[in-house]
Design a protein around this ligand. Structure first.
Ligand code: ZN
Length: 239
């Protein structure tokens, strides 16, 4: 076992207040493309760039085209949790991990059994009616074509944060609290270049900031341990 992973394992054994902060790299091992990687979502050919399609204005004006993209590129109904998701769920069951803060919208942490998951950008697992507020799960998309409609006739939208929309303030506050109180903060699968990730990491006060990412991150200079291995293999080895 690599020395950094051995040190991480020892730290995890001695802690019951770990917080994990994750990005797209956590789910690439489940076959979900990283938004910003070379062959990821942002470089795929579509009529409009993904940043446009995934905006509030576009959703309201071109709902059908939005859903065509959502169904094809965001939904991933067959994706399964990988070793990273499963290891984090196990750490929570053992009373060691207090929260997962994620930028992902794929719902794989919950699918793996994690309970306290703070989804900064919302989730593709939940939908609601723009007219009456009725809440739906992903089944409404799997059992319909085109634009999903509520029983009241209203348009149903995903509970994800689109561009031009603000993040849920209560999710931010709970994330800040968890990170501030954490004794180990493990950050994985994100380069930390994108808002709000970098801002949230700054709330960490401890001396065990662990970065697991295959490439450099904006916080490498502040990390106590940097691991450039697969996140799934690393977290699995830590258990
Ligand atoms: Zn409705």
């Amino acid at each position: 076992m690599n020395e950094s992973i051995r040190i991480l394992k020892e730290a995890v054994q001695n802690s019951d207040n770990i917080v994990f902060f994750g990005g797209a790299g956590v789910s690439t091992e489940s076959g979900i493309p990283d938004f910003r990687s070379k062959d990821g979502l942002y470089n795929m050919k579509y009529t409009y760039p993904p940043e446009t399609i995934l905006s509030h204005t576009f959703f309201m004006q071109n709902t059908g085209e939005y859903y065509r993209f959502h169904r094809e590129k965001l939904l991933h109904p067959d994706a399964m949790p990988n070793k990273a998701h499963l290891a984090l769920a196990e750490l929570e069951r053992r009373g060691k991990l207090k929260a997962i803060v994620t930028q992902n919208i794929d719902g794989l942490h919950q699918k793996a059994g994690s309970v306290n998951v703070l989804e900064l950008h919302g989730t593709c697992s939940r939908y609601y009616c723009l007219s009456c507020g009725k809440v739906y799960d992903r089944e409404i998309l799997l059992s319909s074509d085109g634009i999903p409609l509520c029983t009241c006739g209203g348009i149903v939208r995903p509970d994800v944060v689109l561009f031009e929309e603000s993040l849920d303030q209560s999710v931010i506050e709970r994330s800040v609290n968890a990170i501030q109180q954490a004794d180990i903060l493990i950050v994985g699968g994100t380069s930390l270049n994108v808002y709000p990730a970098a801002g949230l990491i700054r709330y960490y006060n401890g001396d065990k900031l662990i970065l697991i990412n295959k490439s450099e991150t904006a916080f490498d200079g502040q990390a106590d341990i940097i691991i450039r291995e697969s996140i799934g293999e690393t977290l699995d080895a830590v258990l």
